[in-house]
Write a protein that binds this ligand. Structure first.
Ligand SMILES: [Cu+2]
Ligand SMILES: [Zn+2]
Length: 190
């Protein structure tokens, strides 16, 4: 019995060392990443009908070439197996069921359209298909955004609207994307 206890204790110490080693490796890895891709902004997306219900997040990173990448992750079970349409809207006010964000943010005075096509608004992220759990991820990298004060490309303080329909990429100026079911505000990460 004494011998058995002794071995159990030894094993426990080994496990602790392994976990400690993993933790140090993880921290080293994460800090290496943040040197090249610095998180500069984020938005928490909530339901317009109930802003205590989070449906997704958008995180923005500044890349070494000066472009900005947005990683968006949706977890919107109520909309599982369906399409949502995502745009940046002018104002960072999600009140009145998202209507207070007003229209699509359009710093380049272009037509509404599909991301990457000949003409589109700088926040026309477009359609995102949610899986059977309401989950989806999408990454977008662009030089159309900045976080600099006074820059027309500045995304800080803009609203992000999640529509409960499909963006047809054609109807002006909205894409006929359906009701505003989700909303968030892009905030600087210092
Ligand atoms: Cu919209
Ligand atoms: Zn648009």
């Amino acid at each position: 019995m004494m011998v058995n206890l002794f071995y159990i204790k030894l094993n426990f110490i080994d496990m602790k060392n392994i976990f400690l080693g993993l933790a140090i490796a993880t921290i080293a890895f994460l800090s290496a990443c943040t040197k090249t891709n610095k998180e500069i902004a984020q938005a928490t997306l909530t339901e317009t009908a109930d802003n205590t219900k989070t449906i997704g997040t958008a995180k923005f990173y500044e890349l070494s070439d000066g472009k900005i990448r947005m990683d968006i992750e949706m977890n919107f079970a109520a909309r599982a197996d369906s399409n949502v349409a995502v745009h940046f809207h002018e104002h960072g006010d999600c009140g009145n069921m998202g209507e207070n964000t007003h229209g699509h943010w359009n710093p380049t005075k272009e037509a509404h359209g599909k991301w990457g096509s000949a003409a589109y608004h700088s926040g026309d992220i477009g359609n995102i298909m949610l899986d059977s759990k309401g989950h989806a991820t999408l990454s977008v990298t662009t030089d159309r955004w900045s976080v600099k004060d006074g820059d027309v490309k500045n995304i800080i303080g803009r609203g992000i609207i999640v529509h409960g329909g499909t963006d047809d990429y054609t109807t002006q100026p909205t894409g006929n994307s359906g009701p505003r079911v989700g909303c968030g505000v892009i905030e600087a990460v210092k």
